[in-house]
Design a protein around this ligand. Structure first.
Ligand SMILES: [Mg+2]
Length: 411
């Protein structure tokens, strides 16, 4: 049973332990049984409109034992983040509980014209003017932080916009990505486990695949989904839980087993993008490689498909822009989406999974431009003497191209 397999239990609150002021079925008994077994318990909530002591009181009123040091709220974790990065003055779109947590961490709340962080939490009274001010401070260099990015929250009349709606308003108008502290991002998980014995067996129990399960898996932890099972098609999808239980009593069900989570060797992408790559041979059968300025690795020319472009037009344009050569497309070599080599992290924090259409191309004009800003060097290589520091997926693409190569100049 799950309760015997772990030493540390991280619980989401809303929808797992309680809804509103009512404990959920089995929650009080299950948490008491874990305490009896001397298990370590943490409570993690994205709710930014509360404090750790208010959560303790709320749990205690439901006859659930809880201590302040066991509670990680997104507001408290945001205050710890600002403190740890030495940010001292914040413009806050959030309620008094968030401001209180920030002040406890030594952060000054400012309404004036300068600040070193903009903190977005829950604020029912936020105005368009507030959003404009926040955007202005971020444009002036303030760090953009958000307690969480939940898109909606459940209300009796149906889902209503949550903190994520304000975060998006500021993100689209500044072009800046926020530091998001709440689940599924790592800060709260790190706060929850930072003082534990490294050999502890830790499990996250949550009801939201997009925050609780994804977040735990990104942090390398196992995760149990409470409530209706929700299966994503890919076996390695980070949002698929390792076990599913109906309520917390399921932790003590001898028939429920937990699968082992082995964190794949790539970060979880937020989007899938169409890409193109071109293998260009010269008249001697040598292949064109460019040394990329961003990572110093050699690779074949590659890039994005722009709106209203065919993939053939995209690779012809990319090769012209990156190398100065005019090419024509000879044939499609393959379409590649292996996540290990095709998921990229950008310096701004964006992570994308590329589906790359790889073509063999033939030079029909132009001349090699070695001075493009994206390249440190560019040259044709004998296919038996390729540089060692190649982008990881390119040897496979080159091998596929050579295997299909019918021209007589390749041997
Ligand atoms: Mg929840």
């Amino acid at each position: 049973m799950i309760s015997e397999q772990f030493d540390v239990f991280l619980f989401d609150l809303d929808g797992v332990v309680y809804i509103g002021d009512e404990p959920l079925s089995g929650a009080v008994e299950s948490l008491a049984r874990l305490r009896e077994k001397k298990k370590i318990i943490r409570f993690l909530t994205n709710d930014p409109c509360t404090t750790r002591s208010k959560i303790v009181n709320r749990l205690n009123r439901m006859n659930i034992e809880a201590h302040e040091e066991e509670v990680i709220t997104s507001g408290w974790a945001t205050a710890q983040y600002l403190k740890s990065t030495n940010l001292k003055m914040a413009f806050v779109l959030g309620n008094n509980d968030l401001k209180w947590e920030l002040r406890q961490a030594g952060i000054e709340i400012t309404n004036g014209s300068s600040c070193d962080a903009v903190v977005v939490g829950w604020d029912n009274t936020v105005t368009f003017y507030d959003i404009q001010r926040a955007a202005k401070y971020i444009a002036q260099g303030a760090v953009f932080a958000a307690t969480n990015a939940d898109k909606t929250f459940p209300a009796p009349e149906g889902p209503l916009p949550a903190v994520g709606a304000i975060v998006e308003a500021i993100r689209v108008s500044t072009g800046k990505r926020p530091v998001i502290v709440g689940k599924p991002f790592p800060s709260m998980f790190h706060e929850a486990i930072k003082n534990l014995d490294p050999s502890s067996r830790i499990v996250m129990i949550g009801d939201n695949p997009m925050t609780d399960i994804l977040g735990a898996h990104q942090a390398g932890l196992q995760a149990v989904l409470v409530g209706e099972s929700n299966t994503y098609p890919a076996k390695n999808d980070f949002r698929n839980a390792d076990a599913n239980i109906r309520d917390l009593l399921g932790l003590f069900d001898p028939d429920i087993q937990i699968k082992k989570w082995v964190r794949p060797n790539y970060p979880w992408p937020e989007s899938i993008k169409p890409g193109v790559a071109g293998i260009v041979f010269d008249e001697y059968g040598r292949v064109l490689l460019m040394k990329r300025a961003d990572n110093g690795l050699w690779g074949i020319p590659s890039g994005h498909v722009e709106p209203a472009e065919t993939v053939e037009q995209a690779i012809i344009r990319e090769i012209r822009e990156e190398t100065g050569l005019e090419v024509q497309v000879k044939r499609l070599i393959g379409v590649y989406s292996d996540p290990v080599s095709q998921i990229f992290s950008y310096p701004n924090g964006e992570i994308a999974h590329f589906i790359t259409n790889c073509f063999e191309c033939q030079v029909i004009g132009g001349s090699l431009n070695k001075n493009h800003w994206e390249t440190l060097d560019i040259q044709f290589f004998d296919i038996h003497q390729l540089p060692e520091n190649l982008l990881p997926m390119h040897p496979k693409w080159l091998a596929d191209a050579l295997e299909q190569q019918t021209s007589s100049y390749i041997r």
